[in-house]
Write a new protein. Structure first.
Ligand code: ATP
Length: 511
């Protein structure tokens, strides 16, 4: 099978002790080969599913890494963005695949994708003859209830997503730690993972209810030219994909489950739009997750999806839904090409040959992603007014006056319109967000209306049926009454006109 820019794999973990106890050794799939298996669909019919690779319960962490991640790391060094996403219901093996049993303390065989990516990254950067200098930075964020939280600085709990020409989509203000070696990276990752646990306790949430993103930004300068290449590797450990009804959730937990389902279905909708040719409106802005992954899914990027499944027949419906998600994703076609941002040189990069020297523990924290790129000029108040007028007149071209007034109010409140850091592109981006959310809300309202109309139609049918039945009964009763009256056996003393008069208010007698 030829491999497209989006590699989609399925991984069945071994049966857990609990599953064996509840259902014995019975599994829900039949292995065919390393690319396909048979799985019963909703109608209990055998269907053959094929993927770029299927990892069964006896597969090793290194198998997953070699197939999924090696090409992505190689590309990131050449300036092509890469994303690896683990998807699946809670307990299906997403975190195990990403982190292994523990990020710091685990044997080589069980080491997860992240540590392997980091090792390969530094090894390649150091050994390449063609790389003169490089820098690697790491950010870690979590998306919970549609808020982006910085896992390397918990005080930043509502980071904003922005877009720029040089960096593409980025998380504004996210802490970026410069890392010089694998050990630096692992130290930083374990800090982020520990912070995630602290946040979970504070907010009383489980990791399975938030999406966790590990973002490595790699910049390298070549020995042959002056160009600097920048590539990003994003590893995404998604929240559990199980259906809300199955969680039996109530109250806040229900809201969480709904938000997770919403962002995962936003991911599904983006994938649908990308695979069905509706590329003029890909709803990236419908969720924080899809917005952050916009470049990864649709742009200059290579992506890999690992669909993690429980092998137990008990979880067959959830596994089937995970497999179907993978099948849709397989259809995405992107053509990645190398980016060389218009950055003059890597100012912070240094090529080191000594691993000892590399593990300097003073990894600097930078909160400004713009730090290494060209700074925007500071505008004076006159420029600001000009810009404000330009923005408002541009908006008036496509929106109604009262909507522009509302947006102006919103921009002022949010500090956007007088904020020198916001460019026309930023304002455009905010506008598109507002418009896109409006479209989503309207689409949702239309869907709800459709449902209401369907319910009313059903109710109408039911009432019509009841009415017909009642009319039939009334005709029969009337006939019986008339017969009885004619016989003089019943209501002999009451004329038919009087009986009709009594029955009419109940609709049982025609006028
Ligand atoms: N391939 C595997 N080999 C051995 N054990 C595994 C494998 N995959 C998962 N497990 C074990 O299964 C359990 C659940 O896995 P894991 O925590 O990775 O699930 P998850 O999908 O990340 O769940 P959540 O969404 O709740 O975070 C863990 O105890 C893990 O060690």
């Amino acid at each position: 099978m030829s491999r497209s820019a989006t590699a989609v794999c399925v991984r069945f973990r071994p049966l857990s002790h609990k599953e064996r106890k509840a259902n014995g050794d019975k599994v829900c799939f039949k292995r065919l080969d390393s690319e396909s298996f048979v799985f019963k669909d909703e109608r209990e019919e055998d269907v053959i599913f094929s993927f770029d690779r299927v990892f069964y319960e006896d597969s090793e962490q290194s198998d997953v890494y070699n197939f999924l991640a090696v090409p992505i790391v190689a590309d990131a060094i050449s300036g092509i963005n890469g994303t690896i996403i683990t998807y699946g219901q809670t307990g299906a093996g997403k975190t195990y695949s990403m982190e292994g049993p523990s990020i710091l303390h685990c044997n080589k065989q069980k080491t997860g994708l992240i540590q392997r990516v980091v090792d390969e990254l530094f090894q390649s950067l150091r050994s390449s003859e063609s790389i003169a200098m490089w820098s690697v930075k790491l950010s870690m964020v979590e998306i919970y209830l549609e808020k982006v939280r910085d896992l390397l600085d918990l005080s930043k709990d509502n980071l904003q997503i922005k877009e720029s020409k040089t960096q593409g989509i980025y998380i504004s203000g996210a802490t970026e730690v410069s890392i010089m070696s694998s050990s630096d990276a692992l130290e930083c990752l374990s800090e982020g993972i520990a912070n995630r646990a602290v946040g979970e306790t504070q907010m009383n949430l489980a990791s399975s209810r938030s999406h966790c993103l590990y973002i490595f930004s790699v910049q390298q300068g070549s020995t042959s030219d002056e160009r600097v290449r920048g590539g990003k590797i994003i590893l995404v450990d998604l929240a559990g994909s199980e259906k809300v009804e199955k969680t039996g959730a109530e109250g806040r937990v229900f809201d969480e489950a709904k938000t997770i389902n919403k962002s995962l279905s936003a991911l599904g909708n983006v994938i649908n739009a990308l695979t069905t040719g509706k590329q003029n409106h890909v709803p990236y802005r419908d969720s924080k997750l899809t917005r952050i992954l916009q470049d990864a899914l649709g742009g200059n990027s290579r992506a890999a999806l690992l669909c993690c499944c429980s092998p137990s027949a008990l979880n067959a419906p959830e596994s089937l839904s995970t497999i179907r998600f993978g099948t849709r994703t397989k259809l995405i076609k992107t053509s990645p090409k190398s980016t060389s941002p218009e950055v003059d040189s890597v100012k912070t990069a240094s090529k080191s040959t000594s691993p000892e020297a590399d593990s300097v523990k003073t990894a600097s924290k930078s909160t400004s992603p713009e730090a290494d790129s060209v700074k925007k000029p500071i505008l004076d108040s006159h420029d600001q007014n000009d810009m404000r007028d330009q923005i408002l007149s541009k908006l008036r071209l496509s929106l109604k006056e009262e909507d522009v007034d509302l947006l102006e109010e919103l921009f002022v409140q949010e500090g956007i319109i007088f904020e020198p850091d916001y460019s026309m592109a930023d304002i455009d981006s905010v506008c598109q967000d507002v418009v896109s959310q409006e479209i989503s809300l309207l689409t949702q309202a239309v869907e709800e209306l459709k449902e209401t109309v369907e319910e009313l139609t059903d109710e109408n049918e039911r009432l019509r049926g009841e009415l017909e039945l009642a009319q039939e009964t009334a005709t029969q009763v009337q006939a019986q009454l008339a017969a009885a009256q004619a016989d003089g056996t019943l209501f002999g003393f009451m004329p038919a006109a009087a009986i009709s008069y009594l029955l009419r208010p109940f609709g049982l007698v025609p006028d």
